[in-house]
Design a protein around this ligand. Structure first.
Ligand SMILES: Nc1ncnc2c1ncn2[C@@H]1O[C@H](COP(=O)(O)OP(=O)(O)OP(=O)(O)O)[C@@H](O)[C@H]1O
Length: 841
């Protein structure tokens, strides 16, 4: 090839059949690990394909068959291994097709640039890098001159003849037709060699070896002549045909391969007949695939469609980029559980026992699950509402779903929906897309391996709708018992029956669930746990589980209930038990380390008597008791030491109760005032509703000023209201009463009762309206040490949800008006503030 100068070091793309000639374009499937690494790290990681030059190296056809060139070891001195042919082709990568899912499978399109010699292997990892010398001389004039005019003419005439036999649709044939009279002789020779059909791999490598043009011409011409003979014979032009092998190519396997290829070509009419070896291995693979497809026992209609696809695969060249993707598709189809199901062991009594054994408390949830299972046991049908567990993190939503799967004897699969904004995540991409893959439901079914698993759709409230369609509408179809027996994934493109699947959804926050989905599901709320419940959960479930996981037992460590209570109060402030479990795990780790260290020091100590180790002398006294001091040693200083009472020591601060998707929270409202023009500033990550209720509270207070409050409230004073914990975004009107109380405290210079927290929406008319999440809020107040809670009167009915032991230790004050709430929030109340203040307006 004229005018190319290739770099002196190039990465190697190892090819074990087919030869890329300079100027010819070829597609090469990438299969070996080293080739994939080279492609991914050198070509795909570059910002563009421009200038991606590689050396195409070949298996040496004469080397020992047992040494595969793909994994041949490079000598320590960098010598090129024997299994690799030393003459290679530098080529430019022009296109990469394929994807890395489900396993990396690529095809690259390359165009040959020039011949090169592999001098040395300079690097082996992660892919081979070779030092090379460029071989094609820019002008091999002497050599060209040695070719006679007549020989040249005879050669081009024969090439034309061949071209007339070959398919004009073949791109290489078209290219050769265009340039056969204009291009330089070396290019014509190479291109001709690349379009020849009846040649062996060995012969192609020899053409590559002929660097001088005269020799190359002679070799290619003899191959052209032989092919002409074959073609004339096959088309019936030459009755007296006998196969003549090129004199150099005398090896028996070459001859038989050649004959095989001719027969192959006549029967199939395809290319690449000399790849009989690969064809053989592909055909065994295909046979196995066919067997798997038949064993999958798909519905007859589906099987018919799939077998059609299989026939397509059979008729396809394995060099074609579609081959791999079709093969991947069929593998997925074969792996899906079309007919495999777990035999269900439905027995409500046993389920009750199982659920109770796995989880403490959760009465409402367990009852609802048992009712659901009972109906299924009686009706023997699956159609029923989809259950959705709603609650803060760590309250056991996922682990209850797992227990359901266990008690039913079904497999369990969880799919996280958080952050999904694309319809194709649920329903898959069409197969025409590059890198297409099935949606999470079908992928999940493949992993579950049975057609009736318990399928957990985690965090349905975190689905968002993006530019590529709405995933929740695809989920609707999945969950609809009327439609889901013919669920159509775009990638799979044949209906799949999901009617045997038991779907369970989870969410932290009902308001995040798209309305149509909400409509289809039955919500079961799981509120946070009380301190006593947490201690019980820890003692009965979390501690035994963590001990098992850390390879220790009760004889090594003793974690008394009092210490658990300290962890709950001072180290974790959460609705669920996730951090509690983490802390217990940290304690188990520390104990395990201590025991292991003591064991190894007594074992390695030269003076140690072996009996000492056996009798465990030298270990800390067992079991190690985790008391207050041990807790500080292991978990560090307490993180939640401040109780509400300590914060509420100055005027202008009040404790409100907020509901967040992660449970209830105590929210302190701080206010301050300064001289100004009556402006109000609000800070602390507030939503609009929160701002409105703060303004409303201030307006009400200004209009109901009493002598208890200083006049400066309505005069020239600026007020700043701050909601600390700015990282948590807050919205909802329930902080209205807290702002009112905080402001009242600010202007009267009186402290709010330190044992009191509150929640409630305020109105301009002075009423206190009911709010949601009472159980979570009261639990949060209790956790934070408050023993008195002001609630709107109309929330009195919600008290029933609160556990008895908490009800007993908290005093509830129910207020109908803001004035009543204000009076309750301060020791002694306000003398002049009438409870019927609302009527003043
Ligand atoms: N009532 C309970 N009894 C026993 N163990 C419990 C209970 N509640 C929670 N757990 C344990 O707490 C841990 C956390 O629970 P899980 O992961 O199921 O929470 P989740 O509600 O699904 O949280 P998320 O919303 O973050 O997914 C698990 O180890 C679980 O077994």
């Amino acid at each position: 090839m004229p005018s190319v100068q290739v770099p002196k070091k190039l990465p190697i793309l190892m090819v074990t059949d087919g030869v890329v000639f300079p100027a010819a374009t070829m597609r090469i499937p990438i299969r070996s690990k080293q080739n994939i690494l080279m492609l991914e790290q050198r070509i795909l990681s570059a910002t563009s394909l421009h200038g991606s030059i590689v050396v195409i190296a070949y298996r040496d056809a004469t080397a020992d068959k047992s040494s595969s060139a793909d994994d041949s070891q490079v000598e320590a001195d960098g010598r090129v291994p024997k299994a690799v042919h030393t003459i290679a082709t530098a080529a430019i990568v022009t296109q990469v097709m394929g994807s890395n899912w489900p396993q990396p499978s690529y095809t690259v399109q390359v165009t040959g640039l020039c011949r090169v010699r592999l001098d040395r292997i300079v690097r082996q990892q992660p892919f081979l890098l070779a030092a090379i010398s460029q071989l094609d001389k820019i002008d091999d004039i002497k050599s060209v001159k040695a070719v006679s005019e007549a020989a040249l003419k005879e050669f081009t005439d024969d090439v034309w003849k061949i071209l007339n036999y070959l398919s004009p649709r073949d791109a290489a044939v078209q290219q050769l037709r265009k340039i056969v009279h204009t291009a330089s002789l070396d290019v014509i020779c190479d291109l001709t060699a690349s379009v020849l059909k009846e040649v062996t791999y060995t012969e192609l490598l020899r053409v590559l070896d002929h660097v001088t043009i005269a020799e190359r011409l002679a070799m290619v011409h003899s191959l052209v002549k032989r092919q002409l003979k074959v073609m004339e014979h096959l088309s019936g032009d030459d009755e007296s045909y006998t196969v003549q092998i090129h004199p150099e190519s005398t090896r028996v396997d070459d001859i038989s391969r050649l004959l095989g290829s001719i027969i192959n070509r006549k029967a199939v009419g395809g290319r690449d007949g000399d790849m009989s070896e690969r064809n053989a291995s592909n055909s065994t693979q295909r046979d196995a695939l066919l067997q798997k497809l038949k064993d999958a026992k798909m519905p007859p209609d589906v099987e018919k469609d799939i077998l059609k696809e299989y026939q397509k695969l059979k008729g396809m060249s394995n060099f074609s980029p579609e081959y791999n993707s079709l093969q991947n598709y069929l593998e997925l189809v074969a792996d899906l559980p079309w007919s495999t199901e777990s035999g269900e062991t439905l027995n409500v009594q046993k389920s009750r026992a199982d659920l109770d054994a796995d989880h403490y408390g959760l009465k409402v949830l367990k009852t609802r699950i048992l009712e659901y299972l009972a109906v299924r046991q009686l009706r023997r049908s699956l159609k029923g509402p989809i259950l959705c567990f709603v609650g803060p993190p760590g309250v056991g939503k996922t682990s209850v779903a797992k227990s359901i799967a266990n008690t039913l004897g079904r497999t369990f699969h969880r799919v996280a929906l958080g952050g999904i904004s694309d319809e194709s995540d649920i329903r898959g991409h069409r197969r025409t897309y590059i890198g297409s893959m099935p949606g999470r439901i079908i992928q999940g079914m493949k992993t579950a391996k049975t057609k009736n698993p318990v399928f957990l759709l985690d965090e349905v409230d975190k689905l968002t709708s993006g530019v590529h369609g709405d995933p929740s509408s695809a989920l609707l179809e999945v969950l609809d018992p009327e439609q889901n027996n013919t669920f159509l994934d775009h990638y799979l493109n044949v209906p799949f029956d999901l009617s045997g699947v038991l779907f369970i959804a989870t969410a932290n926050n009902v308001s995040g669930i798209p309305a149509p989905l909400l409509d289809r599901m039955e919500m079961i709320e799981i509120a946070g746990y009380t301190q006593e419940e947490k201690v019980r959960i820890a003692m009965d479930h979390l501690i035994p589980k963590q001990l098992r996981e850390h390879g220790i037992d009760a004889s090594h460590v003793h974690l008394p209930a009092d210490s658990i209570a300290i962890i709950v109060q001072r180290y974790t402030r959460e609705a669920g038990v996730r951090n509690l479990e983490r802390s217990i795990s940290a304690i188990c780790r520390a104990v395990a380390l201590k025991i292991a260290e003591a064991q190894s020091s007594s074992a390695s100590s030269p003076s140690a008597d072996s009996t000492v180790f056996r009798t465990d002398v030298g270990l800390p006294a067992l079991p190690i008791v985790i008391d207050d001091t041990a807790l500080t040693d292991i978990l560090g200083p307490a993180t939640h030491a401040n109780s509400g009472a300590e914060i509420l020591v100055q005027p202008g601060v009040a404790a409100g109760l907020a509901w967040t998707p992660v449970g209830g929270e105590v929210l302190y409202v701080e206010t301050t005032k300064m001289e100004g023009e009556g402006r109000v500033t609000l800070t602390g990550q507030l939503g609009d509703v929160m701002k409105e209720s703060a303004n409303l509270a201030l307006t009400w207070l200004r209009s109901h000023v009493s002598t208890d409050m200083k006049r400066d409230l309505i005069e020239k004073t600026d007020v700043h209201v701050h909601f600390p914990a700015g990282a948590v975004s807050k919205d909802g009107p329930s902080a209205g009463i807290t702002v009112l109380v905080a402001l009242a405290s600010l202007f009267t210079n009186r402290c709010v009762r330190s044992d009191t927290a509150m929640t409630g929406e305020v109105t301009l008319r002075g009423l206190l309206l009911p709010v949601g999440g009472i159980r979570d809020k009261v639990l949060a107040a209790y956790r934070a040490g408050f023993r008195r809670v002001i609630l709107p009167k109309r929330n009195e009915k919600d008290i029933i949800d609160i556990p008895e032991e908490i009800k007993k230790s908290i005093e509830f004050v129910f207020a109908t008006t803001m004035a009543e709430a204000l009076n309750a929030a301060f020791e002694g109340g306000f003398q002049k503030l009438q409870s019927n203040a609302a009527s003043k307006l």
